[in-house]
Structure formats: structure tokens, C-alpha cells
Ligand binder design. Structure first.
Ligand code: HEM
Length: 293
């Protein structure tokens, strides 16, 4: 809604198929290229691009005169490095991208965050106390309220640290370089293991413990870049801030309004298809409403 002004609705499964087939074939290279020719994939791609075409045409017909401009308006008005307007195909990929961005990222991280909130001893009680207290003193879930929710923020950070949905990021070396005694030739596929330092005790003491207090402890090492769930460098996640806000808003709202508990099985399993996620078996228990919004 923020970027495109339209919910994807029934198109969700097509977006999911398009994103994941491309991830498997083009990025992770776990699937052969003929997957991109399968009729089911081709139909999903056609439907997603027909939707992107509608969103594009709507933005062209309704320029942001008496409304705030969105990402799509910026794409329509933008020019490339040679000063030329972007092609329709480029803008439509940008539109589809806006719908992909939160799917396997925020959604899976949210499942792990909810699981941790329910599983880590004492955490749910602390979250309830913080969310209810701030909610009532601030008169709702405002940006100022979110900034005061330190335990909730630390829960988001610990989730991103222990359950990174992108524990490594693929790159292609443009020129040869030496690393730790190895020569990496130009054109090599390189995987940057940005999630590994998350589990090294020199950066995070007792790394396997989900510890929401570690970030406020004075002896917590503060090593630049050791925490990198959004990867690093020029292509680091553009939505990192939006993702943290989404995660905090959703979990605060869920925990405020509903009494939840762990479902069965009460241990999460991490699947990678293609990105780490808790699988379709992940479930939690709904024990009734807590408080009105
Ligand atoms: C928990 C949620 C998220 C995680 C863990 C995450 C993680 C990442 C990672 C690791 C990358 C870098 C990929 C690379 O270096 O090759 C990335 C790129 C990107 N992410 Fe996210 N992401 C999340 C949510 C979002 C959201 C909500 C948006 C949009 C609102 C978004 C937009 C983007 C964009 C546009 C890029 C590409 C940046 C570029 O190539 O210059 N992400 N994300």
C-alpha cells in the first residue's frame, strides 16, 4: 500500500511463485533454467505484469497533484543515468519488486519473532508490560510509542541475529583479489557470509542465547558490521528501517490485542525454500482477545 497504493489480494500466490522461482534459478542456482519456461510460472509472470501495468497506468492517469507521491510516482518521473525516462518494462519490474520486498523477508522474520516472544522464558510478560504501558501513556501505537519500546526493539534485533533470512549474500567478483591467502579470480561467484558473525562469541557472548538485554549491557562488544542481517555495502537492504518498523508494529498489535501461546510442535524448524522460514507447520495458539486496539 505504501509504495503501490493497491493491495495485491488474489495475486499473492503468483507473486510468490515469480519471486521464489527466480530466486531458485537466477540467484541461488539450485533449480535449472527450464523452470522459467514452465506454464504455471509463465502464467504467474503474465498475471503479475498485467497487474503492474494497471498500477503503472493508474499512476500515469492520476499524477500526485493532491496526494503524497509514492515510489511508483518517483519511478514514472525518474530518469536513468543518461537522463532518459525509464522504460515501461523497467518501471513494471520496480512495481513488482515493491510487492516482493516484504514477502519472504518480513513475513518469515515475523514468524520467528512471534515464536521467540512466546518461547523465550519471561519474554512475553516483559513485552506485554512494555507494550501496554507505552500504549496507554502515549494514547496508542504512535511513532513516539514505538521509539520507547526497547524490549520489543531488542526482540526484533535478536530475531534478525538468530534467524537471518539472508545469512549469506551472493556476489560476482569484478576483479581478482586476495583474501586470507586465497586468490579469488575475476568473475567468480562469491558468497558473503554476513550471518556467520551473528553466532561468534567474540561478537555476541553466549551467541546461541536469545538475550534481549545484550544490547544495553556495557560489556557487549560493539564491532562494526558484525550484526548484518540486511547485508553490507552498496546493495544493503533499502527497506531495513521499514522492515524494523513493520515488525515492531505487527508484533505490538498482535500481543496487545490477542492472548497467544505456542502451538504444536512447540519447537520451530528452519526450512530453506529458498530463504530460511519456519515452514507451513508453524502454528500458535489463540486463547482469546486481550485488549481492544
Ligand atoms: C526482515 C526484513 C528484511 C530483510 C532481513 C532484508 C534483507 C535484505 C538483504 C540481505 C538485502 C541485500 C541483498 C544483497 O546484498 O544482495 C536486501 C536488499 C534489498 N531489500 Fe531487503 N530485507 C528485508 C525487508 C525489506 C523491505 C520491507 C523492503 C522494502 C520496503 C526491502 C527492500 C530491499 C531492496 C530494494 C533491496 C535491494 C537493494 C539494492 O540492491 O541496492 N527489504 N534486503
Amino acid at each position: 500500500m505504501l509504495t503501490g497504493g493497491r493491495v495485491c489480494g488474489d495475486l499473492f500466490d503468483d507473486l510468490w511463485a515469480l519471486l521464489n522461482t527466480n530466486m531458485n534459478v537466477q540467484v541461488l542456482k539450485t533449480h535449472p533454467k527450464f523452470f522459467l519456461k514452465l506454464p504455471k510460472y509463465v502464467r504467474s509472470k503474465q498475471r503479475v505484469f498485467a497487474f503492474a501495468r494497471e498500477v503503472l497506468e493508474w499512476h500515469r492517469a492520476n499524477p500526485p497533484v493532491d496526494r503524497e507521491p509514492r515510489l511508483i510516482d518517483d519511478l514514472v518521473a525518474g530518469v536513468d543515468e543518461n537522463g532518459r525516462p525509464y522504460s515501461d518494462a523497467m518501471i513494471m519490474s520496480g512495481i513488482a519488486g515493491a510487492y516482493f520486498a516484504g514477502m519472504d523477508t518480513v513475513a518469515s522474520t515475523l514468524s520467528f519473532m512471534l515464536y521467540s516472544a512466546l518461547k523465550v522464558p519471561g519474554l512475553l510478560e516483559r513485552l506485554h508490560a512494555e507494550i501496554d504501558g507505552v500504549w496507554e501513556s502515549e494514547g496508542g501505537l504512535t511513532p513516539a510509542a514505538l521509539r520507547k519500546m526497547d524490549v520489543l526493539h531488542a526482540t526484533a534485533l535478536e530475531t534478525l541475529r538468530l534467524y537471518p533470512i539472508a545469512p549469506f549474500t551472493p556476489r560476482t567478483s569484478t576483479k581478482a583479489f586476495e583474501f586470507e591467502g586465497y586468490t579469488v579470480p575475476a568473475g567468480s561467484e562469491v558468497y558473503v557470509a554476513n550471518g556467520i558473525p551473528h553466532l561468534l562469541p567474540e561478537f555476541f557472548p553466549d551467541p546461541e542465547v536469545f538475550d534481549v538485554d545484550r544490547y544495553s549491557r556495557p560489556d557487549q562488544p560493539k564491532t562494526p558490521h558484525a550484526f548484518a542481517p540486511f547485508s553490507l555495502g552498496a546493495h544493503t537492504c533499502l527497506g531495513a528501517g521499514a522492515a524494523e518498523v513493520q515488525m515492531m508494529t505487527l508484533i505490538a498489535t498482535l500481543l496487545r490485542t490477542a492472548q497467544l501461546g505456542l502451538g504444536q510442535p512447540n519447537e520451530v524448524t528452519i526450512f530453506a525454500n529458498p530463504l530460511p522460514n519456519p515452514g507451513r507447520e508453524f502454528a500458535f495458539r489463540f486463547d482469546g482477545m486481550r485488549k481492544p486496539l
